[in-house]
Design a protein around this ligand. Structure first.
Ligand SMILES: [Fe+2]
Ligand SMILES: [Fe+2]
Length: 296
């Protein structure tokens, strides 16, 4: 149980602080100096491309949200429309510009809402389904934002080691400061809905089953090629031999609030399964663009 009850007012205050403290980053404010573009491209070009695509897909994510949450709560709308989308789209624009500076083609974001999402959206007009969809949205968001934070932390560290100070500090450093606040929003919202009595046991059971059945890493979106691309990011960030530690890091919250650490669970098994699948698929087929050089 939470130490203190999370109220909608507290979540609203958090969003309001995020908006005040983290205005969207203008492209013109970042120093995109690159000292050795060839090396950065070789080691992290693919990661830049993946992150740029995922960040630029924020506009599709908003459409998905509108589909999935037809009766959106004001605090959710406030977050995604006034604070989250304006920040994320700048992350995408900045990263996309960097990868073009590195001599790579622009990112190709997927902007169409998938069909299965539309079907779910039609069902979501029923209030018990709406609550399930809302909880799924928060859990997905928490996992996604945590992955973003970790990826940016690793990337900034490697870039610094390579002497790419501007990319590490001015580009990735600025972006990565905005991600933990997004995670906190989803964490608070998921904790609230899972502890305030909104959900009946059958709804929680359904959410657990859906997470187990459909969990995907950030940006995979049910597409095989993106699964391999994600595996490539895991490899470039040197996480291939630490998948369990990584699964723990991104799955800890969900193990606690959705599964109540059942049987000593440190992370839900589907986190590690998804990571292994992505690396295996990458090893099998590689990626579309560029070559991978491990970061280690
Ligand atoms: Fe972002
Ligand atoms: Fe984010």
């Amino acid at each position: 149980m939470p130490r203190e009850q999370i109220t909608t007012q507290k979540i609203h205050d958090h969003v309001s602080r995020l908006g005040d403290q983290h205005p969207p980053i203008p492209l013109s404010s970042v120093d995109r100096t690159v000292h050795n573009p060839r090396l950065v491209r070789e080691r992290f070009g693919h990661t830049f491309d993946y992150l740029a695509r995922v960040e630029l897909e924020v506009d599709r994510n908003v459409l998905e949200l509108l589909t999935l949450l037809p009766e959106v709560r004001e605090v959710d709308r406030y977050f995604y429309e006034d604070v989250w989308q304006p920040q994320e789209i700048q992350h995408g624009i900045i990263l996309d510009q960097v990868q073009q500076d590195l001599g790579m083609p622009a990112a190709e974001p997927l902007l169409e809402v998938p069909f299965n999402m539309k079907v779910l959206g039609a069902l979501a007009h029923m209030s018990p389904v709406q609550d399930i969809a809302r909880c799924m949205y928060y859990l997905t968001g928490a996992s996604t934002e945590r992955q973003a934070t970790l990826a940016y932390n690793d990337l900034a560290r490697y870039l610094k080691e390579m002497g790419e100070h501007e990319l590490a500090v001015s580009v990735i450093g600025q972006i990565k400061r905005q991600e933990p606040g997004h995670f906190a929003f989803y964490q608070m919202s998921a904790t609230q809905i899972l502890t305030d009595g909104t959900l009946k046991p059958w709804q929680i059971w359904t959410i657990r089953s859906l997470r187990d059945y459909s969990y995907q890493l950030v940006g995979v979106d049910g597409k095989k090629e993106y699964l391999g691309d994600m595996g490539g990011v895991v490899v470039q960030l040197g996480l291939e031999d630490e998948l369990e530690t990584y699964a723990k890091d991104i799955g800890r919250l969900e193990a606690r609030i959705l599964w109540a650490n059942k049987n000593g669970m440190e992370f839900p098994p589907y986190f590690l399964r998804a990571l292994k699948e992505s690396v295996d698929y990458y090893r099998e087929v590689g990626i579309d663009r560029g070559q991978i050089t491990t970061a280690a």
